[in-house]
Design a protein around this ligand. Sequence first.
Ligand code: ATP
Length: 434
Amino acid sequence: MNSGRKRIIIGIDDTDSREGMCTTYLGALLMEDLCAFGSPLGEPLLIRLNPTIPYKTRGNAAVALCFESDEPEKIMEHVVSRVSSMSRMECENTNPGVVVIEEGDFKKAKPILSGFFMRAVRDVISIDEARSLAEDLGLTFRAFKNGRGLIGALAACGAMLDHEWEHTYEFLTYRKGVVCGTKRFVDCESLFKADSETYPETWDSVDRLNELVVCVPRSPDPVLYGIRGDTREAVEKAVAVISSEEIERSCIYRTNQGTDMHLISAGCVDDIREMHSYMLEGTVVSPAITIRGGHSIFVLEDAAGRTIDCAAFEPTKNFREVVRRLVPGDRVVVYGSVTEDTMNIEKMCILSLADTFEERNPACPSCGKRMKSAGSGQGYRCKKCATSASETELVPVERDIGTGFYEVPPCARRHLAKPLIRLRCPEFPVFPGR
Ligand code: ATP
């Protein structure tokens, strides 16, 4: 490291609105701009925070960059100027936050901010708490409007200070400014080819079962497409196969996407709070009913007899078929977020299946054939053997589902949810939903 040069971490959040921009685009731009004041260290981070937060524009993302520089003030000045000019300030829900941490403060900030990062992924944090924390740590920060973006900006800095968490990669490409808002052109065939050549090292680019492209957004933001994968090499290999309209720039982010970092292990239903995401084991007590809109909901009971509604909503498509095959007595672990007293299932492990029976006419003890009804209230009779019986029989029925892990298809996947293809679980078979 050059003498006088120090490491600097920059966290940014909440710059976009539904009408445009994307914080990752600003991150990609700053990765280039800030080279005027120093050199980048490592990859930029794209972190996904609590997926249930209502203020989010789309995927509740924040970004962090790390530079080596002897001009931290100029870096802050430039970042603030870019955030001021590019953020969608006119939108009520856009409240940008910028945090800059200099090397001398890393040691003190690390344990506190890495814990804050984890809480921002799993919990709900107030703006006041974020502001007090930034002040107490003596950090350089800028909170625009109501300052909510400080929460994500601090969490992104915490993620940059902490190297222990499981990570994946996303290769993001951006459209040329003038075409933003128009229909995107990404050659569909090349996306399926890229998937064939790199899956399962890359995932969720396409949804084969539903014949859909998943990695090209439809909103009017600058992202053209994003390829997600386990390594830099894998996402680069996939992108090399893809044909598309001309791109303005691209950026490979290290990220917590596809890691299940948002899930908390819940011991029982009473542990569950709104706007949090859980893994919960229980017994199915009522089969799924399908309500208007095509959402399928069943009731799960924990060991203490407390129940919670578990839903496979319409966008989860074929996954609803799995849920509809559950019967009372099945033991499952459900994974998902809780809002409005309902668990929105992302994936599920069927631990054991209840025995199921159906009522049939009794079998004749002589010839083995099913007897016929002898008339209302008169039992059953086998004409050939002249045998009779008064009761029906309960015959075991084979289930049309097996134990193991099931998941929503890629078109319904949450950014943080770990696709089954990435799950290493020798105990149970996995059935990737694509
Ligand atoms: P962008 O591309 O602008 O980041 P987004 O979909 O990621 O879009 P934001 O616009 O960032 O969503 O809005 C989410 C807001 O919620 C941000 O202000 C962020 O600081 C805040 N936030 C994130 N996680 C939490 C949390 N756990 N508790 C409370 N607020 C949170």
